[in-house]
Unconditional design. Sequence first.
Length: 323
Amino acid sequence: MEMFNIMSAENGSAGRVRLFLKYFNTRRQNSHTGKLFKMRTPEAHEITIGELMDRYTVILFDAYGVLVHAHGAMPGAATLVAALNRQRKSYYVLTNDAARLPQTAVDFYRSCGLEIEVDRVITAGSLLRPFFRSRELVGCSCFVLGPRDSYRYVEQAGGTIVGTADRDFDILVLADERGFPFLDTIDEVITALYRMIDKGRDPLLLLPNPDDVYPKGGASFGIAAGSVAVMIESALQRRYGHSDNRSFICLGKPHTPIFEEAVLRSGSRDMIMIGDQIETDIAGAVRFGIESAWLPSGVNHRRTLYLTSSVQPTYVLSSIAIT
Ligand SMILES: [Mg+2]
């Protein structure tokens, strides 16, 4: 679209060629240096957590990279959660986690010094239950990728667990990238999908947690379930070509079901989403029509703001520490 606008601004084929080359040279330079994008000024302005607490009825927090990392609390999180509890502020944790039940998540938060009630935790895994009901999937056979809590989520949703991919199943639930021998299990799943689709049976593909990368704490990062979904979709496309029917249905951020659940629980849409990932937290808020604050602590580097032209947070938050 940007290229079309540049080209249509000047008449004549020579001008069009010149502008076309200018566009691509700029793009190429840009990929190495980011110079063009640095000329853009992000619209988001800096804000403090205290101002957000004053301005909004409900505060939605992403968990990893905002309140916690894999090994403990983020700086300022314990004091903030204590203040929210003391003020009886309405707040919820929206996490794409489908590997821990809400109670397991709460136990982990508590071990990090964060006292968060279980009803305040909305996990992507817990969205399976309303999804199964609304799509009349209760009783369907499910092959689950994930640890023990992922199986519990599927059971609570009304799915019947199939223990081996040697047997056909109705739904593949890709809940997490951990909890199983990775390569052997993925190979089994791809083999099973090929076998079933070749017979004309297309299992539903479900991805509660669409995250592709997550911060593991310190300077470490790891792949998440969304990356595994890309691998499986790629294997299906290689054999059958592209089909939306063979893409995963996503429930967590940036998709709207997790935000709808927050509105249901809080009774208000006057909410702000605080997150560290542009593609999930911020894009999800934008898609749902609420405002957002980006904490540049996780996978996204500050420069991502300049590169991601279509998604901008309302605010940038330097820290969640109350000053
Ligand atoms: Mg995060």
